[in-house]
Design a protein around this ligand. Structure first.
Ligand code: TYD
Ligand code: MG
Length: 457
């Protein structure tokens, strides 16, 4: 029998350590190191042996002789998912769908089975639910595919046998943390097991041209290995985000070998499963308060799509204690910088205020185009004056308080007009290149003080 040794792996990033430590040295996460037993001399799970099962070893070829046929893609029947995948799923790829438990990963995968099983054979393997449970859920979601096969199984070797028997075109595995292979003595959900199982699924995808979707739970406690451990191995990593209290979910690509990672997909969780939201702006702006200080709407680009988002700020005098600053959906460093610019260049004495900044709807903004709206929301809350609810503000703010231009302004303006806004505060632009949407008043401003005047705050 092979000798065994005990090592520790971080369940966040998969980093290996010889002894237990409170904090992972690689990713800095706390309490994520877990003990695992591995065969001696083969300490890196899944990495040591890239065995090709039943195939000839690949030969190196000159680049000029390699065929360049474009990847074959197919629709999943969910436009929002196709968009994030880069225009449909790629035949023979392995896609990892990550997200917190209960966010809707299984629902999304089962829902796409309805469309997929119309033109392909689908094998849905679940280690979490019985056939009856899946059947009940499928009925509720209106999934009725002739070519959809269900298999409740957690043993990877059995799953590989089932694949050989059923010969599916598409394999869905729910979830990677419930799978185990007898090659390793570690428990299911451990770093060694999830890596080895993913490796074998990856070999199957590449070797047999099978498209594989794998669900992976993200959990903060670190008792099971998260999808981060697997990110480098797979073709695409998509995360479903949105707390259980939010009815809508955002699908985001963290890695995509076949497309951009900038696109997001938006879904709403309803009684009959996930519903696509092709126009997220409407959803993000629904329930917006009118005629109250501290809110301003902006337009941000999510991939190729402009999305309108509401930014709120709340400034509260704190009686000379250390001021608190928090930011949700916006980088905290950026928020602090904008508060400093508002103070110094905008003449607002906000140094003695607590400041809370929030992007409504769980959107994560990493674009400077939202700067101007953030500063306007800050100024509006500080002065207690309302910004007209038909106004949108777009523009990057520099350290001297200047408003700088942003990319894709015409697309943003078109979305602003589509949603019925009447006025846009924006940076000075070359008039020849600007397409002015009808009925939208455009006010170009050079500094944040100009912008304060323009919206009368
Ligand atoms: P699920 O897909 O099971 O989550 P995950 O696989 O990511 O753990 O979805 C979980 C939640 O979605 C569950 O709390 C109930 C809710 N839900 C609906 O609101 N409507 C539906 O039609 C379905 C199937 C689930
Ligand atoms: Mg599930």
């Amino acid at each position: 029998m092979a000798k065994e040794k005990i090592v520790f792996f971080c369940s966040e990033c998969g980093n290996e350590a010889a002894r237990w430590e409170g904090q992972c040295r690689a990713c800095g996460a706390w309490n994520t190191l877990v003990e695992e037993t591995v065969a001696k001399g083969k300490s890196k799970p899944g990495v040591a042996a890239p065995v090709r099962r039943g195939g000839k070893p690949a030969l190196a070829k000159p680049l000029t002789e390699v065929g360049s046929g474009a990847e074959i893609r197919f629709d999943t029947g969910m436009g929002e998912l196709d968009r994030v995948l880069g225009g449909g799923a790629v035949h023979g790829s392995l896609v990892l769908i990550g997200g917190a438990p209960g966010v809707g990963k299984s629902t999304l995968m089962l829902q796409i089975c309805d469309h997929l099983s119309r033109f392909a054979r689908v094998l849905y393997v679940s280690g979490e639910e019985s056939q009856r449970q899946i059947k009940m859920r499928a009925e509720r979601l209106g999934v009725k595919g002739e070519e959809l096969f269900l298999l409740p199984e957690t043993n990877l070797d059995q799953i590989i046998e089932a694949v050989a028997e059923v010969k599916p075109d598409i394999l869905i595995v729910d979830s990677i943390q419930t799978l185990y292979t007898e090659d390793s003595t570690s428990v299911p959900g451990s770093v060694t097991q999830v890596k080895q199982c993913t490796m074998r699924l990856m070999q199957m995808a590449k070797g047999e041209g099978l498209t594989v979707f794998v669900i992976g739970h993200v959990n903060k406690e670190g008792d099971i290995a998260g999808p981060k451990v697997l990110e480098h191995m797979v073709d695409c990593v998509l995360y479903v985000e949105g707390g259980s209290n939010l009815s809508y979910k955002i699908l985001r690509a963290a890695k995509n070998r076949f497309g951009s990672t900038n696109e997001i997909g938006v879904f709403e969780m309803t009684g009959a499963g996930l519903r696509e939201v092709p126009n997220p702006s409407e959803l993000l702006l629904s329930g917006r308060p009118e005629n109250v200080p501290g809110t301003c709407v902006t337009s941000v680009m999510e991939g190729t799509r402009p999305v309108l988002a509401e930014i709120q700020a709340l400034l509260v005098p704190n009686n000379f204690k250390m001021p608190r600053r928090t930011a949700n959906g916006l980088d905290l460093g950026r928020a602090i910088l904008l508060l400093a610019v508002a103070e110094k260049q905008g003449g607002l004495a906000i140094g003695g205020c607590d400041a809370y900044i929030n992007v409504i709807g769980g959107l994560e903004i990493d674009e400077p185009a939202a700067d101007l709206a953030t500063i306007l929301a800050i100024a509006s809350s500080y002065r207690g004056r309302t910004i007209d609810s038909s106004v949108v503000a777009i523009g990057e703010v520099g350290l001297t308080g200047e408003i700088r231009s942003v990319a894709a302004i015409n697309q943003r303006l078109a979305e602003v007009q589509r949603l019925g806004f009447k006025r846009c505060i924006m940076p000075v632009q070359d008039k020849a290149k600007l397409i002015r949407p009808e009925g939208l008043q455009i006010t170009m401003v050079k500094t944040i003080r100009d912008a304060f005047l323009a919206v009368q705050i």
